[in-house]
Design a protein around this ligand. Sequence first.
Ligand SMILES: Cc1cc2nc3c(=O)[nH]c(=O)nc-3n(C[C@H](O)[C@H](O)[C@H](O)COP(=O)(O)OP(=O)(O)OC[C@H]3O[C@@H](n4cnc5c(N)ncnc54)[C@H](O)[C@@H]3O)c2cc1C
Length: 428
Amino acid sequence: MSKKVLVAGAGAAGMCAAIMAARQGASVTLLEKNDIAGKKISMTGNGRCNLTNEAMSPSCYNLSARSRMEDFLKRFGVSDTIDFMKSLGVVTQSEEGYIYPLSGQAVTVQNAMFDEVKRLGIEFVGGRQLKKITPLSEGKGFEVKASGEVYNADAVIIATGGLSGPKSTMSTGDSYYIAKSLGMEVKDTYPALVALLSDDKDLPKDYGVRMMANVRIKEIEDICEYGEVQITSKGISGIPVLQLSGRVAQYLGEGCKDSGDKSKAYSSSTGTDKAKGNTVTAVIDFFPTYSDEAFEDMKKEISGMAAGKTYIQVLDGICNHLIGVMILSRCGIGQETIVKADDINKLCDVIDNYRNVCISIKGVSDYASSQVTTGGVSLDDLTDDLESVTTPGVYVVGELADVDGRCGGYNLQWAFTSGSIAGRAAAR
Ligand SMILES: Cc1cc2nc3c(=O)[nH]c(=O)nc-3n(C[C@H](O)[C@H](O)[C@H](O)COP(=O)(O)OP(=O)(O)OC[C@H]3O[C@@H](n4cnc5c(N)ncnc54)[C@H](O)[C@@H]3O)c2cc1C
């Protein structure tokens, strides 16, 4: 008789797990809280779905997952994801290493996965919320409660995701409690791939500023990102900022833990709530491609022509106007002040600020605007097949586990990697 596998959550990880288990001959039931499967997939990659990335490495994932990622990715990596898509009829293309469906539409992936679920005869039940998993006596499998219904299964794959994404994705972190009830440790959660918030009063208003820059966090030594940074009156965002955000959220939250004043893990609170008054400093370098020598040369050249102009006229010649306004205000110099012949050193000091613009960060934006949740079910409590050590027969996949990747296809890759490994193992 074929094995009965129940998968809870029909996102990227859950549908992948269900498909892999069914392809191995298991009889699969797929429960989904939403009415439709794969809602979040349709929103990914700005509607284009960045499936994975040719530049794949364990270092693209959170620190606590890295030592396990090499093995996981060996078992189901980038080329496996591309082949999996091909098996669904989805042709992919690489844009400088970032892999997208050739159709340019995320909905292609959502539909193709669900078509395969139906083709394989997987029983899909929408509008069913997983509530409880009870292990039956030795070898008898599990009783699963979902929205008032009771199901029996030999193996259960929990794929209900984390807390990130708009409300319509139903990402409410339901299974953190379920995993805990089955003896698994759940690491504190924070929003990641999300904007950083600031109360600084002198940040550019309205649409703000978009500039290529390096961003680092003064208090966290080993992180620095390059790319287009957006600064508005609310704080900073853009890809390089998103890449730093998980570490910042954790740092601010951990600071609270030290002071014994930390919000409960996996509550719906934001990173800002958890920060409770802690701050870090984002340091922005608006001349990231300049060596120290080239920057000095540029400064000399500009200041040599500056006498008689206003400070803002000089600064407008080298960078965005609104950044110049902010720097002059921080230096206590009026925009219309004339640069005198003997002010050249003072002007050079002002220009030096472009490499060190400090913005005080009070927290990160909320889960609804984040792309991924950092934290979750500890990998220490999961085997190489992502099976629970404390409750064998239960598997944890996707964002629910303590794995989060950089922006650029790494999180969907994890959803496919974990879904595939657990789906095949559960069917055995
Ligand atoms: C706006 C946005 C853009 C993104 N873009 C990209 C991108 O381009 N590339 C990339 O790699 N990553 C991207 N991500 C991240 C990526 O989408 C997620 O990491 C990935 O989809 C997680 O897959 P999952 O299956 O683990 O969870 P989810 O996709 O969240 O799926 C979980 C499913 O479980 C269901 N569910 C929840 N609770 C229950 C319950 N109790 N019972 C039954 N069902 C339940 C949910 O309704 C949902 O359908 C993006 C995220 C967002 C929010």
